[in-house]
Design a protein around this ligand. Structure first.
Ligand code: SAH
Ligand code: SF4
Ligand code: F3S
Length: 448
């Protein structure tokens, strides 16, 4: 059988942070097998597309990309493989629809990749889409791909079994399972020792993390204790089980960032019930009040879906009201997209006309823009500690970074270097960005 030594692999990643973290695991597995990473499909022997299935347009994008790759494949030998959630959802079917795809490997089967990639060189078409109840890749040290060398993702659990009515993730990612705490803390420590300043702990519902007797809050504390110079973030928490223990831990450690992503999905009690979210708007508001009680300076962000099955005008109004009440700092806003095999597809009707979904989404986006601008204006005059991440996209003379609240701040470069912590006083803002001036004395450090 052919060897993979020095074969060039290009990985392209779509979807959520978890997919980005998985691509780093895949890169590690393939590196172990002797493959080399390359930076474009043009120079590759294998192209791996790590895919997302969350909405129909996410899948359409992948179909287009696969068709584009055919031109390259007509010129020379190039194997194309599909990984991730769309691979898991469509399995072999994907290779029937897209003839230029040679292999399909689901999220729990990445250890099979080297074997699969050898087999396809003998003309085989291979689908490995078995889901696991135990795989967490905990022994694999991910190879960091988007290398600013400052901020990294750490996957702490896999899968989801909340079965929200609209959502495909439980079918593409399998049962929920937590990764052992020791390996997570060791990975975070390794990153800090390699110069990283920020880690984000990832899971679909981090609040239900549990390894032996370690809760998510305890895990956060252990990671935070590695060093006060290591910032710790996490995503995503489900409102139904956001615990006071976690809020208390967040408040206690200065280096745990004051930012919570708490997906609302809808402000209507009736819709939340249909969505199987298992909380009411009242419960949600209670959690928001708890966040504010423990951390008055915490930012709150959300996800929302416009036009879910049976959504009436008054349900939509309830969502707008909720947005006003909470005053989100940022929101990811989506039009509902019916997904195959979900509860919604089997039992509900996608009955909100597309134009109505679109109009409701626009109303949410417009409102959220106003709220974000108002929130940012309240930051003018305040001074924040900022972790500097890079040069501003607008001007070489400016740097950008984020504060603990995860807001982007742009400021004049001066003597500041990427990767440093600096104090920045906010002087102006837009709805998306804070603008400020660095007020750190030379050599200034965190909490100094
Ligand atoms: N685990 C996270 C969400 C992961 S998916 C949580 O429960 O909060 C990210 C977001 O995509 C969801 O929060 C939801 O707002 C959106 N989404 C999921 N399925 C969708 C669908 N079928 N149509 C539109 N948006 C969807
Ligand atoms: Fe999907 Fe709900 Fe699981 Fe989030 S919690 S991944 S929305 S099923
Ligand atoms: Fe997409 Fe899968 Fe993430 S469906 S959002 S890549 S878990």
């Amino acid at each position: 059988m052919m060897d993979l030594k020095d074969k060039k692999v290009f990985i392209e990643t779509y979807g959520c942070q978890m997919n980005f973290a998985d691509s780093e695991v895949v890169t590690a597995i393939l590196g172990e097998a002797g493959c080399r990473r390359c930076e474009s499909a043009e120079e590759a022997d294998y192209v791996l597309i790590n895919t997302c299935a969350i909405r129909d347009n996410a899948e359409q994008r992948i179909h287009h990309r696969l068709r584009d790759l055919r031109a390259l494949q007509q010129k020379r030998r190039l194997y194309v493989g599909v990984l991730g959630c769309m691979a898991e959802r469509l399995k072999q079917q994907l290779m029937i629809e897209e003839e230029n795809v040679s292999f399909v490997v689901g999220p729990d089967a990445y250890r099979c990749l080297p074997e699969v990639m050898k087999r396809v060189t003998e003309g085989a078409k291979v689908a490995e889409t078995e889901l696991s109840t135990t795989e967490t890749y905990s022994d694999i040290v991910p190879v960091r791909l988007d290398g600013n060398g400052i901020s990294a993702y750490i996957s702490i659990m896999r899968g989801c079994q909340n079965y929200c009515a609209y959502c495909v993730v439980p079918y593409t990612r399998g049962r929920e399972r937590s990764r052992d705490a020791e390996s997570i803390v060791a990975e975070a420590r390794g990153l800090f020792e390699a110069g990283y300043k920020e880690v984000t702990l990832l899971g679909q519902n981090v609040n239900s993390y549990r390894w032996e007797d370690v809760t998510f809050a305890q895990l956060m504390a252990r990671v935070a204790e590695i060093s006060p110079l290591l910032r710790v973030r996490f995503a995503t928490s489900h409102p139904k089980d956001l615990s006071d223990e976690l809020l208390e831990t967040m408040a206690k450690y200065e280096n745990i960032c004051k930012c919570i992503h708490l997906p609302l999905q809808s402000g209507s009690e009736r819709m939340l019930k249909l969505m199987n979210r298992r909380y009411t708007p009242e419960w949600y508001m209670g959690r928001i009040e708890a966040v504010r009680r423990y951390m008055p300076d915490c930012s709150i962000t959300t996800d929302v879906i416009a036009g879910f099955c049976g959504e009436e005008e008054e349900d939509h109004q309830a969502t707008l009201e909720m947005f006003k009440k909470v005053g989100y700092d940022y929101a990811y806003m989506f039009k509902f997209s019916m997904r195959p095999d979900t509860y919604a597809e089997k039992h509900l009707k996608d009955d909100v006309p597309d134009a109505v979904k679109g109009r409701r989404l626009e109303e949410i986006i417009k409102l959220q823009g106003e709220i974000a601008l108002k929130n940012n204006r309240k930051d003018i005059g305040k001074t924040f500690e900022v972790l500097v991440e890079g040069t501003s996209h607008r001007s070489k003379e400016q740097l950008f970074g984020r504060n603990s609240q995860n807001k982007v701040i742009v400021f004049d470069r001066g003597d500041v270097k990427v990767g440093e912590y600096v104090k920045v006083r906010v002087t102006d803002c837009t709805a998306a960005t804070l603008i400020g001036e660095c007020v750190t004395a030379q050599g200034g450090r965190l909490n100094a």
